[in-house]
Write a protein of this length. Structure first.
Length: 422
């Protein structure tokens, strides 16, 4: 047994999160479990999710409409069942978070309230290469206000090797556009590069210019410890199907800082955003519920909330994000070190080396360009190691601390070595 393998197995044996792997269903590749590094795209299914979904189905079958109102897990209570664990996960007050809709729908709802171009403040600042759905949402909201994205949408260009963005570059852009700046919409973790950002500092810079600070946390929630309330961010949106393991197309999340909860901000109003106490009086006037729940539109998707309940229970049992982040830094650091030691001429690591500036994901470029990158990606998939590909030339490998092992990381490196030597 090699020294590296002995080291990996020793790390796995000492891992306090090791038992959680058995709580997930790992897909098979031929006669063995797949090495799955795609929790940044779709997390594995928790074994407990099925029981929660069946509970909802059984309640529907046995009680029909009455199931909305009976028992602790009745449909009317579904949002409340995830409120406090979700607040713990993202570092918010319970009234500042709500599970609803999908990420882009929630982003549109937030932009409708928080992007209010006036008095020459029209600019939305985003990063170069933002996730397409975010860019589409921002462009369409700008046009809804009769403005031109060519002048009202500003992208901060990458200024670091590999295509990452320094805080200095972002600070310069915010200062340059300050008098015209309406909103900074920024990722917690950039989806292609894997770079993580300081939400509190970005919020401070935006607010100093009189602008709103909003965040897309799709790749940050369940990946990094967050302190949304303390950061002062105005709003944030995210999905739960990546690191939070709540299933394909899972119901998403939304944060609105408490200072806006009763602020009278304009919003897209809907039935379930109405204050709960008089909701069933069916009055024509809209009275928003306090906090983030006042932005809800339809009746909660009870079936979609069931897997999220299972996942949030896991995060609580794992001790929250502190322990997960400790392992994440360690296992991603193990991957980083092995690549630098054994694959330096083959793989380029894109995100910054400092753990504080990246999450679980290492985005990698393969020497030789896109064609060689696709060749390696296809080879790994055929051997049972699954990362994912992002155009034009990036392989993303994301060790998820709840279910990935140090031995998985070593196997990835060994297979790349084998491919290189073929």
């Amino acid at each position: 047994m090699t020294q590296a393998r002995t080291h990996a197995l020793t790390l796995d044996a000492a891992d306090p999160l090791r038992p959680f792997r058995n709580e997930f269903l790992v897909p098979k590749h031929r006669d063995r479990e797949q090495v799955y590094f795609v929790g940044n795209s779709l997390g594995l299914q928790p074994r407990g999710a099925r029981a929660h979904v069946l509970e909802v189905l059984d309640k529907w079958a046995g009680e029909a409409v009455e199931g909305h109102f009976t028992g602790a897990t009745g449909g009317m209570n579904s949002p409340a069942l995830v409120r406090e664990p979700l607040a713990r996960l993202v570092g918010a007050l319970p009234g500042e978070v709500v599970a609803m809709n999908t990420l882009t729908v929630n982003l549109h709802l937030m932009l409708a309230s928080f992007y209010r171009p006036a008095a020459g403040r029209t600019v939305v600042l985003i990063e170069e290469g933002a996730f397409p759905s975010d860019r589409h949402a921002v462009e369409s909201q700008i046009r809804l206000h009769g403005l031109d994205p060519a002048t009202a949408l500003v992208e901060v260009q990458a200024d670091e090797p590999g295509g990452t963005i320094s805080m200095a570059a972002l600070e310069r852009a915010i200062a340059e556009h300050g008098p015209r700046l309406a909103l900074v919409l920024w990722p917690g973790v950039q989806y292609r590069t894997g770079q993580a950002f300081d939400l509190a500092e970005i919020t401070r810079l935006a607010h100093a210019q009189g602008a709103v600070a909003g965040f897309d946390l799709a790749h940050a929630v369940g990946n990094l410890p967050l302190a949304l309330h303390d950061s002062g961010a105005d709003f944030a949106v995210w999905c739960h199907y990546k690191y939070v393991n709540a299933g394909p197309g899972a119901v998403a999340g939304c944060f609105v800082h408490e200072r806006h909860g009763r602020s009278g901000l304009p919003r897209m109003a809907g039935w379930w955003g109405h204050d709960a106490a008089p909701r069933f009086r069916m009055a024509p006037e809209f009275v928003p519920a306090a906090g983030a729940e006042g932005w809800q539109l339809p009746t909660p998707p009870v079936l979609a909330l069931a897997p999220l309940r299972a996942s949030l229970e896991q995060f609580d049992r794992a001790g929250g994000m502190a322990g997960l982040r400790a392992k994440s830094e360690k296992i991603t650091g193990f991957l980083d070190a092995l690549i630098r030691q054994r694959l330096a001429g083959t793989l380029e690591i894109i995100p910054p080396a400092e753990p504080a500036r990246r999450g679980a994901q290492l985005s990698l470029r393969v020497a030789g360009g896109r064609e060689r990158g696709r060749e390696l990606f296809d080879y790994l998939r055929d051997t049972g190691i699954l990362g994912d590909w992002r155009e034009p030339d990036v392989i993303r490998i994301a060790p998820a601390p709840l279910y990935n092992r140090y031995a998985d990381v070593l196997r990835f490196v060994e297979e790349v070595e084998h491919w290189r030597g073929v």
